[in-house]
Design a binder for this molecule. Structure first.
Ligand SMILES: [Zn+2]
Length: 78
C-alpha cells in the first residue's frame, strides 16, 4: 500500500443555517492536497456558505434535513 498516494474521499457535514434555521447536509469531494474553498447555498434561503473541497459543490450535494424555522419565505441577500 502506498499511503503517499492522492486519496479521494467524500466528506459530509451537517449544520443549521444561521439565517433561517434550516438544517443542511452537504457532501463534498475531498482530495488530499487539492482542496479549495467552494461555495454552496442554503436550499431554503439561499444564504451562501463555504467549505473546502476538491470539486465544485453541486446543488444535488446539498440536502435539506429539516425546513427553515423562521416562518418566513424571504431569501438571504448574500
Ligand atoms: Zn437558510
Amino acid at each position: 500500500m502506498d499511503y503517499g498516494a492522492t486519496i479521494s474521499t467524500t466528506d459530509g457535514h451537517e449544520h443549521t443555517c444561521d439565517y433561517c434555521g434550516a438544517e443542511i447536509s452537504v457532501s463534498v469531494a475531498k482530495q488530499s492536497g487539492h482542496n479549495e474553498r467552494e461555495d454552496y447555498y442554503c436550499p431554503e434561503c439561499n444564504k451562501r456558505y463555504h467549505t473546502r473541497a476538491s470539486l465544485p459543490i453541486m446543488p444535488q450535494n446539498v440536502k435539506l434535513i429539516s425546513p427553515r424555522t423562521d416562518g418566513k419565505t424571504d431569501k438571504y441577500q448574500n
